[in-house]
Design a protein around this ligand. Sequence first.
Ligand code: ADP
Ligand code: MG
Ligand code: MG
Length: 217
Amino acid sequence: GRPLNAGDFAAWIGRAAELVAADADRLTRLDAAIGDGDHGHNMDRGLRAATEALSGLPEDAPPGKVLITAGRAIVSRTGGASGPLYGTALRRAGKALGDAAEVDAAALGSALRAALEGVRELGKAAEGDKTMVDALAPAVAACEAALAGASRDGGATPAGCARAAADAAERGADATVPMQARKGRASYLGARSTGHMDPGAASTALILRALAEVAGR
Ligand code: ADP
Ligand code: MG
Ligand code: MG
């Protein structure tokens, strides 16, 4: 279970940009069903901007700085509700990592927890409101459960935590289908928001899948 370094975090953002670009049409279709049909475009633009911003960082920048830089780029370049929410998530995660050069499983869990708290503070969504929180909250809980389980039998790994988080986020996104939206644009539809996956929960699942892939390398 190797720790993650700054290169891994940059690779995470780059891989998230690839997965979102490949699925941008699906994200946009989901948002067309219950929102304004721009989520794929917003995420593609934001993650491209983040990847570009990271290419300008010095080699020795720590992982925390990588995430703060990516978060700032996303806030400044992503339209819509999702930009400030994802930007805040990444900046909070980066702050939680501090100046450490290496990130072990426990630090990764704390960073994911900080990201969730940032999203909750800014967006005020609870679980069940049909938002990205419905993917991110179970992901954080799954990573923490993996940490607790593994510490009993010898040591959690960032890869194990990230895999548990990605799996839980996918299940969480699936679980948004029958929910009625209570936050964001989709809430304007009332009962007509049921029967479709929340686009932000879908993009959260992609971003955490990217993390699991990179941590598992
Ligand atoms: P917009 O709705 O402004 O067009 P996007 O389409 O990019 O922005 O993002 C929509 C997604 O943002 C939703 O699917 C939902 O997951 C997320 N979202 C919207 N409002 C909130 C909120 N208050 N808290 C958490 N997530 C939210
Ligand atoms: Mg939208
Ligand atoms: Mg919009």
